[in-house]
Design a protein around this ligand. Sequence first.
Ligand code: UGA
Length: 433
Amino acid sequence: MKIGVVGTGYVGLPTGVGLAELGNEVICIDKDENKISSLKAGKLTIFEDGLEDLFVKNVQNGRIRFTTSMQEGVENADIVILAVGTPPNPITKEADMKYIHAAAKELAQYINGYTVVAVKSTVPVNTGDSVEKIITEQHPKGEFDVVSLPEFLREGFAIHDFFNPDRIIVGANSTRAAQMIAKLYEPFAGKTKILYVHRRSSETIKYASNAFLAMKIQYINEMADFCEKSGADIYEVAQGMGLDSRIGNKFLNPGPGYGGFCFPKDTNAMAYMGRAYGVNLSLIEATIRGNDQRKINMADRILQTVKDIPEPKIAVWGTAFKGGTDDCRESPAMQIIQILLERGAKITVYDPQAMDNARKILGDSVAYAPDMYTAADEADVLAVLTEWEDFKTPDLQKLKSQLKTPKIIDLRHLINRETAQANGFEIFSLGIK
Ligand code: UGA
């Protein structure tokens, strides 16, 4: 099939490359000329595990191309996928629809023959209706349908998730559009549950899923706090809970709070929608408050370990919002660093992938180390904030010789406590007394 993908960010690019790998002819469209010229030159604009090989392969075999021209990407397409950003409004936190609406307006004029416009961006309920209205106004004779096709790709695992989805949700209000999408997803038929629902249900499924997962994380984080006080071990508790198939064993890892560009944005947008519809979404509201407070609590915990030192030097491992990505947007690590700075700490950071992005946000307010051991040089405590594989089994003797005092505060439960203690470290792990 011929596919146009509008937007080449963390959703659009892996989706475009994945669809090309499935044998489709894909054109990715973006207004950002720098991005497009970089992609045309064979240089990826995001870091995503496994993306590069597939990108190079499909560029070489001509199944994926890049353009700044909406016309080029849309006029021959069977399906146009909208994967542009829906950033939060800074005041109300509702999803800002300006990019979606602008893209719909622009693409409308190039619709040529029956085209399915599939909204993959995370959008408020009823967006399908507004996109449909915009396209109709621009191109009254255009033959098209708008469907909701939410994405469930995790950053860092986008390629894995693209080819191994738990489910595919299709929100289509017309049989013709549903058939078109069925053709697109034919390679998954028989292997993955493809659920066809009303467009508004599909839009809601995306928010309801992300908000539920965020709530699950906030829940296990509260349980971790409880375990620390009560003497239980949160990892044993999570394992025991997870054996119940109704609960499931995923997303039960306590940490410094959820972050990234999805959960914080989507929980806030869902809460906004609840208020707009006059519905009390109290669990989501409490989740947001709890997650905001968590970053402050975590910074307090770190400062507690150096409370007698006037200008403590803190080594931080990890700035990305989670392991496997270079993304620092809404990263709990970054928020904790900022709180520590406000409280007078001196900080040196190291992240295996996210240093450039961290620098864009933190500027000269922290020092940047070339490796994890140098970051610990003369530090009063080491705080582990992002779950990178590299941090799991450090050379503890080397680390000890770098630190001023052998103290670790491990907010991701990466370093084995017994081994660290046997090597003379004082170590604090979340959720264990
Ligand atoms: C999330 C969803 O998992 C995807 O299904 C969805 O498609 C995506 O948002 C989106 O809406 O685009 P992502 O933001 O990449 O994906 O990150 P997750 O892997 O879900 O992690 C989110 C945050 O929760 C991270 O800060 C992570 O460290 C934290 N987390 C996750 C925990 O603290 N504990 C856990 O057990 C799991």
